[in-house]
Every structure is written in structure tokens, then in C-alpha cells.
Design a protein around this ligand. Structure first.
Ligand code: GTP
Length: 653
């Protein structure tokens, strides 16, 4: 074999090329470069010119083991001795494999995975505490517990491996399971707290069986927390599903409960300095308060009081099945489970014991804080903060047992899904394109662009794009908008971008809720969340005004969701949105804010003006008195046509 001494001395290859292009390299090849190579289409007899390939001649002789799709196609055509012409690019459909994220499943793959999971559902168990009696020594019990856990772990490992199933990173530490066993043994009612965005992923069905195994008289409750993130229709879908499946459930929002507590406290303090005029109507869950003591606001008050009456009427008619419970109702529900079977004497009263269990980060601490009405348990968004079960005396009748957050065995379709649900920690993530791809699929592009002040450049449909951004496209746009670059290379730092975006997704800033498993299209299920109907009234009116002055220039894209993303309305929305300010504060000015939309209220009704302003102020850490200054009618009177004050009001409102 002749070893190449230089690219011009490749032995046989070199001589072949000399044959083809001739020896007078300089003149001939220059001619070829400028004029291109003339070829004949053997089928039609036409001549045509192709550009000369830029590589040096020796490159053609290189051994090729891997080729990009287009190169492979061209070289196969060349090998087959065929020619082809492409009159215009739109006659050629190039399918880019990079549009398919290898870490995500296609719809068909997902259906197959779910089918397989259903077949093995019964094997998703929680470990049982071995039976023991007064004759069992602590050492024996310890040994039995260890053996039992080991056996359980073996079973799950076998299930996972022999069926190629992906599972949640379930708890393997015996100490944590021991905490759970204790909580179950002492509780009259075990409340499984789950995240409303994906209740079934966080629910352990077998835990409910185990509780009944321990004592038939113990009760189960599925507390669907973070229900403020669901629309009423979404709650209804889930309510129907739970009712059909015979699951005892209630919707709750520790977040809203905390806000109600704060409003109640404010009302009690009577920050306006006036005599306390309003009552807290706990029964109707509509917390009242009065912040505006401006004498000139009488007409507004009249308006508001009629709104409040309406609110009460609507609250009464709210469907029991979808209502978000108040803390008082939740406590009342706990009391309903008072154990009749325990000897409770006036001298020795036994409290109703309520066990609170759930995955890390589903909001156990927040629920307890809301229940006790003060921040006595530390709350964090880092999973796994609560390490040992604690007992909290909620009242002289109710004792709460807070179990450490623990991951139950459950099936998952992809790791990306686990990351997006906050089950796998983002900070330890190495592969981020899977979860980022899910975000890009699920959150409307216009919303991402508006929220982050970025423009996502996607591959055009005619060039093989799908209309939905890929993970890379979204992450590059974010990294560029934030100036995140990789050290030394100056390239966009997608990994850092992914961490920020995924945290926003996990925290619910980028909101997506899983539908019940009853053949509902997930994008359709979430459409209302990004619907303009959820925009605050003033914003909607401003949009409508803008919209009327714009002719519809955009053709309908390949799905309604996409047309929602790319329509002129969205573009105007973004424009208006960012005309008002950039930077981090953009996070506060979302195109919609679920907290102030229909689902953000227990009554399912938009809060009336003053309540909403107060809520907004509390949410944004603004003194509610400042809201009064910004929203008082006095200011509006002089600035109805868009002066600075009105704009400020627009932000807070
Ligand atoms: N929107 C919304 N967010 C909530 C709600 N409840 C909790 N959160 C948020 O969810 C995150 C986790 O809440 P925690 O109360 O610390 O969760 P936990 O289950 O006690 O977590 P561990 O201590 O790890 O077991 C925090 O960022 C809370 O602000 C809710 O009802 N609505």
C-alpha cells in the first residue's frame, strides 16, 4: 500500500484524477472552478452545469464510514450512475433527522409504552412492614424489615429489567420507608398529596391498598394540590376521571390558601386605618378586604360590592366536585375522619391523626403552613427537604403527621418526563435536550418568546421543519437573549439555558397540565391556559383594539396550536408586552397569569377589582398601600389616554 506523502501524491488516486481533469492543473481546473462542470442528463439529452465541489482532489479518495443524510443520498446517486435535477428547492423534501429528539417518544412509541405499563401495573408495590408481635425482639424486627425491603427491591429490579420499563427513581432507603410505616400506623386518614399538573404520576395506588391492609378503618384521600394551576375545565376533567375510578379526592391549593390567609390577616389588622367594615366570609371562600379609603372611590365601591354579590352567587353554584377547598374546609374534612373506634375520654382525648405523604416538592410543607396559618415549617423548592416525620398540633382535635417526601415506584415514559415533573433534579442533569424538547413541544412558542424576550428561529416548514421549535432552537434563542455563552468558545450555552427554562417549567411559570388518561389531546387540554380569555380584562381590550387595526397577514399553519403561536395577535401581544419593559421583570408580565385568571380563585370567578389589586400586590411583594396610589381613580381621571401612571397601573393590575 502506498502511503500518502502529501495530498498531491496519492499514487493511483492521483493518477486517476490526472486522467479525469488532465495534468495542466492550473489552467484546466481554474476553468472548471469558474464555469462549473458540464454534464449531460442521459435521460433527456439536456446539458447542465454543476458547481465544482470545493474539496481538494485527494478528499474524494478518503475512506468514508459515516455520512450525513444528504451526502449519503448524493453519493448513492453518484454510485448508481444516475443524475438528478432539482428545479427549485420546494420540489425537494429533505427530512432532517435532527427534528426527531432521540430522548423523546413519538406518539406511537408512547402508546406502546403506556400499554406495556398497564400490563404490569399490579407489580408497582410499596414495601410492607413485616408482621410482628410482642414476642418479636427489636433485632429480629430489624432483620425482618431489611429482608422485606431487599425482596421488594429485587422484585422491582426484575420487573424493570425483564420488561425494559422505565421507573421513577423510587426510594430505596429503609429508614425513609420506616418513617412512612410509622405515619401510616398512627394515622386515621392518610392524605396523599399530589401535584395537580400530573396527579397520577405522583399517586401510589398500592399505598392505598397497604393502608387498608394495615387497618380497614383507616381512610385514604388524594389531595390534588397546586390546583390553582388548573382551569375549571381541567379540574372538571380530572373530577370526572376520579369519580369514575372511585378515587376519593379533593382539590386544594396551598398557594391560594396562603394568599387567603394573608388577606385575612390584613383584614384583621385593618391596614386602611378605618374601622373594620368588612367581614371575612369563610363559608363562601371569598375573602373580602378594603384597601381603598379614597372618598372619591364611592362609585367604584358600589361597582365592586355588586361584583362581590355576584361572586357569592357564583361561588354557591360552583360545582362541589371541582371546588378548591379552603383551609377551614380541609380541616373540617379531617375532622370527619375522627376515629370512632378509639377510646377517647374527656380526660384522655385522642386527636384525629392525619398522615401527610407524597413525593418531594408536591407541597406538603406548604399545605401544612397554610393549615397552621403561619410559616412554621420551612418550605423549599429543592426536593427532599423534609427528612423526618414531624407531628404538628393543628388544633385540640387534629394532629398532623408530616412524612418525609418520598418517591414511590411508578412507571414513566421518558427521563425527560421525570425531569419536567420535578422528580429528577435539574441541577444534576447531563442530558437536557429531552426535557427541553418536551417544553418546546408543550409551551406555545409565542408564549416562550414573550416571556423571555427572545425570538426562536425555527427551520421553515418547506425545509423540513415541523413548526414546533426543537430543544436546540429554543435553547439557542434563550442563551442568545440572556448572553449565556460557553467559556472559550463564544457559542450559546444551551445547557445553562436549559436549566433556567426547566426550573421555570417545574415551578409552573411555564405551565402544562397532563390530562386524565381518557383519550384527551394534551395540547387541546392546555389550550385554555394560553387563551386570551385568561388575560386580564384591560389587556384583552388593548389587544382587541390593536387587533382591529391589523389585517390578517398570516396563513394558517399546520395546526391550530401553531396558528395561535404565530398569529399577528400573538406578535402584537409580544410587541406590546415588551414595549413596556425588558429584563428580569418580564417574568412578572406574562401574557396570562394563571393566578389572576379564572382558576386562580376558589370560586372560579375573576376577583373583583380591589381584591385582585391586593392579591397582585401581595404576589409581587408590593405594599398594598402602593397599589392604592397606583390604582386610585384620582390618577385615572387625569390620564385615561395612556400616560405613565396608567401604564404603571397596567402592570400591577
Ligand atoms: N402554584 C403553587 N405552588 C405550590 C403550591 N404548593 C406548593 N407550591 C410550590 O411547590 C414547591 C414545593 O413546596 P414544598 O411545600 O416545599 O413541598 P414539600 O412537598 O414539602 O417538599 P419536601 O420538603 O421536599 O418534601 C414550592 O416552590 C412551593 O412554593 C400550590 O398550591 N400552588
Amino acid at each position: 500500500m502506498v502511503l500518502a506523502k502529501s495530498k498531491n501524491a496519492v499514487g493511483l488516486g492521483n493518477s486517476l484524477m490526472n486522467d479525469r481533469f488532465g495534468k495542466g492543473k492550473g489552467a484546466d481546473r481554474k476553468k472548471v472552478t469558474t464555469a462549473g462542470i458540464q454534464r449531460i442528463n442521459h435521460a433527456t439529452g439536456e446539458t447542465y452545469v454543476t458547481n465544482e465541489r470545493k474539496e481538494a482532489s485527494w478528499v474524494k479518495m478518503r475512506s468514508v464510514t459515516e455520512q450525513a443524510a444528504l451526502d449519503e443520498f448524493l453519493s448513492t446517486a453518484e454510485l448508481a450512475g444516475t443524475d438528478f435535477t432539482a428545479e427549485k428547492m420546494n420540489n425537494v423534501k429533505i427530512i432532517h433527522t435532527d427534528q426527531k429528539n432521540p430522548y423523546l417518544l413519538s406518539a406511537a412509541e408512547e402508546r406502546a409504552a403506556v400499554g406495556k405499563q398497564k400490563a404490569h401495573k399490579d407489580r408497582l408495590t410499596v414495601p410492607r412492614r413485616p408482621k410482628w408481635d410482642s414476642t418479636t425482639t427489636p433485632e429480629e424486627l430489624d432483620r425482618m424489615e431489611r429482608d422485606s425491603l431487599l425482596e421488594w427491591r429485587r422484585g422491582l429490579a426484575e420487573l424493570q429489567e425483564s420488561n425494559d420499563l422505565l421507573m421513577t427513581p423510587f426510594e430505596r432507603n429503609l429508614e425513609v420507608w420506616r418513617q412512612l410505616w410509622r405515619v401510616i400506623e398512627r394515622s386515621d386518614l392518610v392524605v396523599q398529596i399530589v401535584d395537580a399538573r400530573n396527579p397520577l404520576l405522583f399517586r401510589s395506588e398500592d399505598l392505598e391498598n397497604y393502608i387498608k391492609d394495615v387497618d380497614e378503618r383507616k381512610n385514604n384521600l388524594l389531595l390534588v394540590n397546586k390546583a390553582d394551576m388548573l382551569t375549571k375545565e381541567q379540574r372538571q376533567s380530572w373530577a370526572d376521571y376520579f369519580a369514575e375510578a372511585g378515587i376519593a379526592y379533593k382539590f386544594f391549593s396551598a398557594h391560594l390558601a396562603k394568599e387567603w390567609n394573608e388577606i385575612r390577616d390584613l383584614d384583621e389588622e385593618d391596614i386602611s386605618g378605618r374601622p373594620k367594615a368588612l367581614t371575612v366570609n369563610l363559608a363562601s371562600k371569598t375573602k373580602d378586604m378594603d384597601l381603598v379609603d379614597d372618598e372619591e372611590c364611592e362609585d367604584e365601591e358600589e361597582e365592586d360590592s355588586s361584583e362581590e354579590e355576584e361572586a357569592d352567587v357564583e361561588t354557591d353554584s360552583e360545582d362541589e366536585s371541582t371546588r378548591i377547598l379552603s383551609v377551614d374546609e380541609l380541616e373540617a374534612l379531617f375532622l370527619d375522619h375522627a376515629p370512632e373506634y378509639h377510646d377517647s375520654t374527656p380526660d384522655n382525648p385522642r386527636k384525629t391523626q392525619i398522615g401527610l405523604v407524597g413525593y418531594p416538592n408536591v407541597g406538603k410543607s406548604s399545605t401544612i403552613n397554610a393549615l397552621i396559618g403561619a410559616k412554621k415549617v420551612s418550605v423549599s423548592s429543592t426536593p427532599g427537604k423534609t427528612k423526618h416525620f414531624q407531628t404538628i398540633h393543628l388544633s385540640d382535635k387534629v394532629l398532623l403527621c408530616d412524612c418525609p417526601g418520598l418517591v414511590f415506584p411508578n412507571f414513566a415514559t421518558t427521563k425527560a418526563e421525570l425531569v419536567c415533573n420535578g422528580i429528577l433534579p435539574i441541577d444534576q442533569l447531563r442530558e437536557f435536550t429531552g426535557p427541553a424538547g418536551l417544553v418546546a413541544r408543550r409551551i406555545p412558542r409565542a408564549f416562550l418568546e414573550a416571556l423571555y424576550g427572545m425570538k426562536i428561529i425555527t427551520r421553515p416548514l418547506e425545509e423540513g421543519g415541523t413548526g414546533v421549535p426543537t430543544a436546540d432552537e429554543m435553547l439557542t434563542a434563550y442563551a442568545k437573549a440572556r448572553g449565556f455563552t460557553r467559556t472559550g468558545q463564544g457559542q450559546p450555552d444551551e445547557s445553562r439555558a436549559a436549566r433556567y427554562i426547566l426550573k421555570d417549567y417545574v415551578n409552573g411559570k411555564l405551565l402544562f397540565c397532563q390530562p386524565p388518561p381518557v383519550d384527551i389531546d394534551p395540547l387541546e387540554f392546555n389550550r385554555e391556559l394560553y387563551d386570551e380569555g385568561h388575560l386580564p380584562e384591560k389587556r384583552r381590550l388593548a389587544l382587541a383594539a390593536m387587533e382591529s387595526s391589523i389585517s390578517d397577514q398570516h396563513s394558517v399553519a399546520n395546526s391550530d396550536m401553531i396558528s395561535l403561536q404565530e398569529g399577528p395577535k400573538s406578535k402584537q401581544l409580544d410587541g406590546a408586552f415588551f414595549a413596556q419593559g425588558q429584563g428580569n421583570s418580564a417574568h412578572l408580565r406574562m401574557p396570562f397569569n394563571h393566578k389572576y385568571s379564572e382558576q386562580g380563585t376558589a370560586s372560579g370567578k375573576q376577583l373583583s377589582g380591589r381584591k385582585q389589586k391586593t392579591m397582585a400586590a401581595l404576589e409581587k411583594d408590593i405594599d398594598p398601600n402602593d397599589v392604592k396610589l397606583l390604582t386610585s381613580k384620582k390618577h385615572f381621571k387625569h390620564g385615561k389616554k395612556g400616560n405613565g401612571k396608567r401604564r404603571a397601573n397596567y402592570f400591577v393590575d
